[in-house]
Design a protein around this ligand. Sequence first.
Ligand code: GDP
Ligand code: MG
Length: 140
Amino acid sequence: MKPQTFAILKPNGRIVQGMILKQIKIAGFKVIREEVRTLDMEVLREHYAHHVDKPFFQPMADYLVSGSSILLILEREDDADPVRFLREMVGKTDPKKGEPGQIRHDFGVHHPTVIFMNAIHASDAGEVEEEIARFFPNHT
Ligand code: GDP
Ligand code: MG
């Protein structure tokens, strides 16, 4: 099986989500699974376990349950590492610290208190298997 990565297009409306997905495909990713889903608090407490005690956790979770996300399992069309490739496209956690052309810079909110409105989650190295199992428990 080819290496995969996992991404969440955060709830920013279908037009923005569609533009981001189009960029991801144009960059050479193949969509293996695509599901529109409204996330719930339980899964967010697991997914962001490293942040549950931070002051921004509750506003972040409120934002993430506020509308439809698009969950994606992705592979590369070429032999590049999908995790590294997507993280590079996504850019830094804080949109305003990224470079123009990167997804979070271009589609995220540039404001100090809402860093979590950064358009997309992309698995980091070592996180893919656990995150796919969490969000797509029937995926083999
Ligand atoms: P990522 O791997 O780049 O997404 O960053 P982390 O795993 O460290 O954090 C997960 C998510 O928590 C980020 O994508 C942001 O949505 C949010 N986040 C992280 N740090 C901050 C912060 O300092 N302030 C706020 N408001 N949100 C943050
Ligand atoms: Mg992370």
